[in-house]
Structures are given as C-alpha cells and as structure tokens.
Design a protein around this ligand. Structure first.
Ligand SMILES: Cc1cc2nc3c(=O)[nH]c(=O)nc-3n(C[C@H](O)[C@H](O)[C@H](O)COP(=O)(O)OP(=O)(O)OC[C@H]3O[C@@H](n4cnc5c(N)ncnc54)[C@H](O)[C@@H]3O)c2cc1C
Length: 444
C-alpha cells in the first residue's frame, strides 16, 4: 500500500481539458505517480476558438498556466446580440466590469493555446506525470484497485492491463468508463440527442485584408452573436486578433438518422451557406471565406444526468459526466473546475485506504455535480431563447431585449446576463472543496 497519498498510483484516461487539468493539479499537490492515457497520437483536434471565462482562468492561474494563455488571448470588453437577417442590434452588453468583480477578465482564445499551455505545465513535472499517447483505454473495472486495458493503437498485440489506486475517467462524452460504470450499477441513462449541430470556422487576417467591415470585427474586442429561428452564429477574434472564430448552431439534419457514434463530419459548403441563407450579407461573406473542402460539422450531444459520478476508486470527470451545449461557453470551464477540485480533494486525503479514496471522490462529486447540472440546464435554456421562431415567446424575448436597450432587465442571451455571470464566475469550486472538505468527508 502507498505510504502517503502522494505515493498513490493515479491513472487518468484522456488528455482533454479535464484530464490535463487533473494531471497538473495533482502534480502541483505533490502526487508522484500520474499516468495519462490518450487515445490520440497528440493533443488531438484543437483548431477552434474557445471562451476563457473567469472561473476557468482562476483555476488555470492557480496552476501557473494562465499567464501564457492570457498573453495570446483577446480581452472581451462587450458583447452584441444581433438579428441574423438584418444585422440590427438587439442588445449591447458591456463586460469590462467582469475583471473588477471576479478578478479575471472575460477572454477568448485558441484551443491549441489553452490545451498547449496546460500540456506544457504538465511537462514541467516529468518525474511525476507520464503521458501515453496513441493508447486506448477499455474494459475498466471498479474496485479497491481499479483497472483497465491499455492498447497501443499502433501495436494492439501489445495491449496490457493497468491497475491504479485512483482512476480518473476524463474520456469525454463517449466515455467507455461511464458506460461500464452505468452497466455495473444497472443505471439506465444514455447520450441525448439535442437535434443541434455546429460548424466551426476560423478566418485568418490575411484572407480579409481588403474587407474593412470584417477587419473591424477582427481588430475589435467584442463577442457578436447573430440569431435567427433555430440557428445562431457566435463570433470573436482570437490569437491576438489575428484569427476571427465563428461557431454556429443549426438544426442537425446530417447526423440525425445516424445510429452510430459519429460526432463530426466533413460538411458541404453550399449546404452551410444555405442554412444561413437568410442571414445578412456580412455573415454570408464570412461564411464564404471558408475554403471549399474545409467545412466541418459537429454533432451536439448531451447526456442524461447521472445519479453518481463515482464508483469505488473511479471518478468521471468533464464531458464524461456533464457534457453541455456550448451556449454558455462553459463545457471546458466546467471540466477544468472538476480538475481543480480533484486536486483539492485528493490532497486532503487523511490516509491511502480505498475507502478514504472513495469518500474523497464523493466529496468531489458533492462539490461539483449540482453546479455542473444547473449549468447544463441553463445552457439548454439559453439556446431555446436564442432560437425562438415567431410567436408569443419570441415577442416576450424581444420585449426583454428592448427593455435592456433602455438599461433594465435580464439579458435573454444568458451568457451575457450579470446574474448568470455571478452564478458562473462568482463560485470558486476549488476553494469550496478545500474549505468544506472535512465536513463533507465526514458526511459521505
Ligand atoms: C461547438 C462547441 C463550442 C464550445 N465552446 C466552448 C467554449 O467557448 N468554452 C468552454 O469552456 N467550452 C466550450 N465547449 C465545450 C468543450 O469543448 C468541452 O466541454 C471540453 O472540451 C470537454 O473536455 P473533456 O476533457 O471533458 O473532454 P474532451 O475534450 O472530449 O477530452 C476527452 C479526451 O479523451 C480521449 N479519449 C476518449 N476515449 C478514450 C479512450 N477510450 N482511451 C483514451 N483516451 C480517450 C479523447 O481523445 C480526448 O482527448 C464547446 C464545445 C463545442 C462542441
């Protein structure tokens, strides 16, 4: 048995935002045996923008990786919600107050910057963290020692079993450990279709050097959302204002019939242009900058809420247990909060017994589960409000937008609403875990 908690053998499945944060948080707490198993040959797809909300920045700062991410990101000072068809403004919300109120600005960046600096942070601890890329985890078992099969993708015949004191399943929405856990516990909960899909697009500055309107957006500090029935586009500059990032949401028609596990597909540019065919000419121009053959569409799926995230010495983390729609820009932020809390609760372990490990992981679940699921619900609700078609509900929403232009009332685009921001950014989950650990540990 391990002598101290720091001697425990920790296996992390998946090197996404959740897995990388867990690894770094645990290394910072002095854990010496952290092994990360990642299916992909490298950090995988990171070619898109991402919002770096203050609750995410707070965790990253504690882990010492926020400064380089911040240096490459763009500080957002306002957001504009606009009618997709006419480009007329429904609401303009200043966001500069966020820095003073929550200690961090609201920034947006490139995924490769976020993932890359988290990874670099991990590489600062070579004696503690070992990465096993191109290695697929399967057949997770749950017990005082948990285990799984690690299969090198290039040499499947060399598959081997890994046993660990703590197993953190950070393997995303398709988590095989979640499926195994639910099977074992006889829980019926599955992936839920949202009937929504997303295109993600990046426009480089040299592509638009002769387009003053788009250059103004590129050089600005604004998140813009163009909305229409069942669809919207959110856009912002990233990478020190050298790339303009667009993420769309539209009804899912291409994956709808697929029963397999496909989540991304190469899209057809003319189909994409058709989906936003009634949006204003500027939006049309932006979409047209996407090179033919480079349109990629993502299926947006979520999961039914789980009664538990923890079994024996295994915990689910990030999208494995709380995948969310992107409309609040909180999916990665929540996975990163999970990682911070995992580091906190395992650092507080009173001993190295499987029973204590299980209880510490249950404290993680207590601190995180209700919050994460509330955010998942809120993101779905925000999407519904943004996507309304003609009718009484839309009239009420647009009345709220009109009131907002007079300076009063909530923002229907929840992401930009001050009360929602308080709920998202004003909570320090790691601090709560540390402060309430003893009380919660005694209660689980
Ligand atoms: C269109 C869109 C826009 C978004 N925008 C934002 C945003 O602005 N801000 C924000 O905070 N979030 C955003 N998100 C959400 C965010 O991307 C996810 O919530 C986040 O990446 C989840 O991180 P994760 O580590 O839990 O899972 P993932 O990033 O999915 O990582 C899981 C990892 O596990 C690996 N893996 C899977 N199975 C295995 C296996 N069997 N063995 C080994 N490895 C395995 C995968 O290869 C992957 O690297 C957005 C999502 C979408 C779709």
């Amino acid at each position: 048995m391990a002598q101290t908690p720091q001697d425990l053998k920790i296996a992390i499945l998946g090197a996404g935002m959740g897995g990388l944060t867990c690894a770094l948080a645990l290394a910072k707490e002095g854990f010496k045996h952290i092994d990360v198993y990642e299916n992909a040959h490298d950090l995988g797809f990171v070619g898109a923008g991402i919002q770096l909300a203050p609750n995410m920045a707070r965790v990253l700062d504690r882990l010492g990786v926020w400064k380089p991410i911040e240096a490459e990101a763009v500080n957002i000072t306002s957001t504009s919600v606009r009618v997709g068809a006419s480009d007329s403004e429904l609401a303009h919300v200043p966001l500069e107050y966020i820095h003073d109120t929550y200690g961090y600005p609201h920034m947006v960046g490139h995924r490769s910057s976020l993932a890359g600096h988290l990874y670099q942070g991990c590489l600062q601890h070579p004696d503690q963290i070992r990465f096993h890329f191109a290695t697929t985890a399967s057949d997770t078992t749950f017990g005082p020692k948990s285990s799984f099969t690690a299969t090198p993708r290039d040499h499947p015949e060399q598959a081997y079993r890994v046993e660990a004191d703590v197993l953190l399943a950070c393997d995303g929405i398709k988590s095989q450990s979640r499926v195994a856990m639910l099977d074992l516990l006889g829980i019926k909960a599955g992936v839920k279709d949202t009937h929504q899909a997303a295109y993600r697009i990046m426009i480089h500055k040299d592509q638009i050097k002769d387009d003053p309107e788009l250059l103004e957006l590129m050089n600005g500090n604004r998140v813009t959302r163009w909305i229409g029935e069942k669809r919207h586009i959110i856009a912002y500059p990233v990478s020190n204002n050298t790339i303009y990032n667009l993420s769309t949401t539209q009804p899912d028609t291409h994956f709808a019939a697929a029963t397999n596990a496909t989540y991304t597909t190469r899209g057809d540019k003319s189909v994409m242009l058709g989906v936003f065919g009634d949006f204003c000419p500027m939006v049309q121009r932006m979409l047209n900058y996407v090179p033919e053959g480079e349109v990629c569409e993502w299926k947006l799926r979520v999961h039914e809420p789980l009664p538990t995230w923890v079994h024996e010495t295994v915990a689910l983390v990030g999208d494995a247990c709380h995948p969310t729609l992107p409309h609040l820009a909180q999916g990665a932020a929540q996975a990163i909060e999970d990682g911070g809390v995992i580091g906190a609760v395992l650092s507080k372990l009173p001993d190295t017994t499987p029973a204590s490990i299980h209880k510490a992981l249950k404290v993680y679940e207590k601190v995180r589960k209700d919050r994460a699921y509330a955010i998942v619900e809120l993101a779905a609700a925000s999407g519904r409000a943004l996507h309304l078609g003609e009718g009484a509900a839309k009239e009420e929403r647009d009345r709220q937008f009109a009131a907002l232009r007079q300076g009063k009332g909530p923002v229907p685009d929840k992401w930009a609403d001050a009360d929602v921001q308080k709920e998202l950014y004003g909570v320090d989950a790691t601090k709560i875990a540390l402060e309430q650990f003893d009380e919660l540990f005694a209660s689980v």
